[in-house]
Design a protein around this ligand. Structure first.
Ligand SMILES: *Cc1c(COP(=O)(O)O)cnc(C)c1O
Ligand code: SF4
Length: 349
């Protein structure tokens, strides 16, 4: 068995197993695990330093997950926007194609918590074939976003076959893979995987790191293999209360990612997914953090802070407001708070 498969097999799947590593009362977590799956592989477990640290909070079930009366199972209306199972067509020119039901870890804040890692997420060769057929028949689809679950948990052979079939569709210009593997199980990124992915360019990968302590030697190596295969790397971070809702932590994360050739792409406001309400912060907190970062660090390290609008209405950028007034002259505050203005020319169109 390969190295990464052993690590995955060595996952903790129940609170009782946690007591071998941490001094906690596991019985209070049992009910949570009955509703939402738990998986912490031995690599990510090794990154947790103490109970309730930022990595613990992402990985270990919390009774608060069951104490969520505000949120709903599918806030982005993904099921409603699926013309065929496991394919979400929300925007005119791109689709989200769910091709795997498992992840290397089940993140407590997952937006697809309702189904990821549960039997209700049924992905079969038939559902994948139906998705490919839909993409082939809808010629306006320029980009396919492969997600799940985690697509990089598929075998090299299965993933190669899927990418080959998508590449054979002339109207598909770009393929994008969404994966948390470089963060949660970086040893899955082997030289063989990188060599296979390289055949399917233009291929982009958006990964998902939330805390600077996740930027380990192993994660750096995984991203290096992918970047050296010519794959542009982006990162989709989720703003999480008690994990990374702090400008200094996000600054360290974004600058660290940039050094790894990973471009911070989105910083997401928490979705209204049932079981995740304890992670949500006020949108103003995120906007305030962005205001502190924009201009003070490289623009390359700045993601777009956005929320995914309830009901599948799409992503809405949440940007600090720099404009104070606009008329014949646009006046605003710059990144350091200084007042300045810009004379306009003519009338707006
Ligand atoms: C987020 C998302 C996309 C991709 O949006 P981008 O802004 O291009 O990153 C596409 N489809 C669905 C359903 C999404 O949720
Ligand atoms: S890796 Fe992504 S899809 Fe999987 S549990 Fe974590 S957030 Fe959800």
């Amino acid at each position: 068995m390969t190295h990464w498969k052993k690590i995955l097999q060595n996952s903790i799947n129940s609170p009782a197993e946690l007591t071998r590593h941490f001094d906690i009362d596991d019985t209070v977590l049992e009910a949570t695990c009955a509703s939402f799956p738990m998986r912490i592989n031995s690599y990510y477990l090794g990154l947790i330093q103490s109970v309730n640290d930022p990595l613990w909070k992402q990985a270990v079930p919390d009774p608060m997950e069951l104490n969520d009366s505000i949120c709903i199972p599918d806030p982005l209306a993904e099921e409603h926007l699926s013309p065929v199972p496991n394919l979400v067509h929300k925007y005119p020119d791109r689709v989200l194609f769910l091709v795997a039901s498992e992840c290397a870890m089940y993140c407590r804040f997952c937006t697809r918590k309702r189904k990821v890692g549960t039997p209700s997420m049924l992905i079969t060769e038939e559902s994948i074939e139906a998705g490919i057929r839909y993409i082939r028949e809808h010629k306006k689809i320029r980009e396919v976003l492969i997600s799940g679950g985690d697509p990089l948990l598929l075998s090299d052979r299965k993933l190669d076959s899927l990418l080959t079939r998508l590449r054979a569709i002339p109207t598909v210009e770009v393929i994008r893979i969404g994966t948390r593997i470089p963060c949660t199980l970086p040893m899955r990124v082997t030289k063989k995987l990188a060599r296979m992915l390289k055949k399917h360019h233009p291929l982009y990968i958006n990964t998902h790191f939330n805390h600077p302590r996740e930027l380990t030697t192993e994660a750096i190596q995984a991203c290096e293999l992918l970047a050296n295969a010519g794959i542009p790397l982006g990162c989709q971070t989720v703003l999480l209360k008690g994990v990374n809702d702090d400008p200094l932590i996000l600054k360290e994360l974004f600058l660290g990612l940039l050094r790894m050739r990973v471009k911070p792409y989105y910083l997401f406001q928490g979705d209204l997914t049932r079981g995740t309400n304890h992670f949500r912060t006020h949108t103003q907190n995120g906007i305030k953090i962005m205001r502190q970062l924009i201009g003070t660090i490289s623009g390359m390290a700045i993601p777009t802070f956005a929320l995914d609008a309830p009901g599948g209405k799409g992503k809405i950028p949440l940007t600090p407001n720099y404009i104070l007034s606009s008329n014949k002259e646009l006046s605003f505050r710059n990144y350091s708070g200084k007042l300045c203005s810009y004379p306009e020319n003519g009338d707006p169109i």
